[in-house]
Design a protein around this ligand. Structure first.
Ligand SMILES: [Zn+2]
Length: 372
């Protein structure tokens, strides 16, 4: 996902090549017309500039995807961390600072996911609008119930531990709903003229998400909000049974229903929100400390634990080193499932909804013993 193409082109042109560097022809003195006509053609061929669109810079591709769906035609969205990048470690390059300079809304996940690089981006942006505390700075995790809030004082020797809880909130579709709502509310504040559209886009997004979560016809019949209310209260299965209804077996909740209580191993602490939503148990992580590659001692510990508890599935993001995971798999017979944890992180994972689709599908297949 990128800025509108015209913006990218005009940015490149202003930045370097087109205005500063003349063609070899023009240096010979006879190239004025070639140069001038090329330039004219260049502007004529540009798509109509996206005038009046709000520029949004999101720290991750998932926030960008949701912001695009909620903002629709009124916004241009760019993600800093692409789906195949580890969002904890991003190089705050000048090109990112320039995007931040032009943005009217900066959206972060928060819970200190971006702590290693957000300050540099914001400082380099020289843009007061998007500094924390201003309407142009949005913490997408506002209102999310954080998991794994550490009860002890932290220091760096404990690895990449987050003081406000685990920041990988977006893999629970309920949190995806909260994020979308936060974005819609903030867009309406910044751009009240289009608040009706933002409300409408939000409703469409929630309806789509709920349909995928529970099944379209069930949502039509019982209402998404009501289904979620019971899902959050933990009595959805009983409540549906009392009404002689059932989850669509192809829906996210339906697909995962038979796997409740099953244990998985994950490489990094990226999946607790997903596991929590669908009733899986994360037995342990391959990393002894978040952000620090597993040592041989840790690998032996994990292998022993997996054998004892008969854990059959190891989940990992595509950007981690597969070797330690393969070693564990060889020793335990478990399946290694490489799965995108962000939009764009794998083929076919083009937006937030297909991200969850892909994750549910691959995890359910692996728990069924099928390789995907
Ligand atoms: Zn993490």
């Amino acid at each position: 996902m990128g800025w509108n193409r015209s913006f990218v082109l005009s940015f490149q042109s202003a930045g370097d090549r087109w205005f500063l560097e003349r063609s070899p022809d023009s240096r010979r003195g006879g190239g004025f017309w070639t140069w001038g006509i090329s330039l004219m053609l260049f502007f004529l061929l540009l798509p109509i500039p996206a005038l009046g669109k709000l520029r949004i810079l999101a720290t991750t591709s998932d926030l960008a995807s949701i912001a695009q769906m909620v903002g629709g035609d009124h916004v241009q969205v760019l993600a800093i961390a692409k789906g195949r990048q580890d969002p904890h470690f991003i190089d705050a390059k000048p090109s990112i600072m320039l995007e931040a300079h032009r943005a009217v809304l900066f959206i972060r996940v928060g819970l200190s996911l971006e702590i290693a690089w957000e300050p540099a981006v914001l400082e380099g942006a020289r843009n007061g609008k998007i500094q924390p505390g201003n309407p142009g700075h949005l913490d997408a995790s506002e209102g999310v119930r954080a998991l794994e809030i550490p009860g002890v004082d932290l220091d760096r020797s404990m690895g990449d531990v987050h003081p406000y809880g685990n920041p990988h909130i977006w893999l629970d579709p309920w949190n995806g709903r909260i994020i979308a709502r936060n974005i819609a509310v903030r867009l309406s504040e910044i751009d009240p003229e289009h608040s009706g559209d933002y409300r409408g886009h939000l409703a469409t997004f929630l309806k789509k998400l709920d349909g995928k979560m529970f099944g379209v016809s069930l949502v039509k019949e019982l209402g998404g909000e009501e289904l979620w209310r019971h899902e959050l209260a933990g009595d959805l299965a009983d409540w549906l049974q009392a009404r002689e209804k059932r989850l669509d077996p192809g829906s996210w909740a339906g697909r995962m229903a038979t796997h409740r209580g099953q244990e998985i191993l994950t490489f990094h602490k990226s999946f607790p929100y997903f596991a929590h939503r669908f009733g899986l148990v994360v037995a342990t992580e391959l990393e002894a400390k978040p952000g620090i590659p597993p040592s041989p001692v840790q690998l032996m510990k994990v292998i022993r634990l997996m054998r004892q508890r008969k854990v059959r599935v190891l989940l990992m993001e595509p950007f981690y080193d597969r070797k330690p995971a393969d070693l564990v798999a060889r020793k335990t017979g478990a399946l290694v499932v490489q799965v995108a944890n962000s939009t764009g992180g794998q083929e076919g994972v083009d937006d937030y909804l297909s991200l969850i689709d892909n994750l549910v599908q691959r995890v359910a297949d692996a728990l069924d013993g099928k390789e995907s």
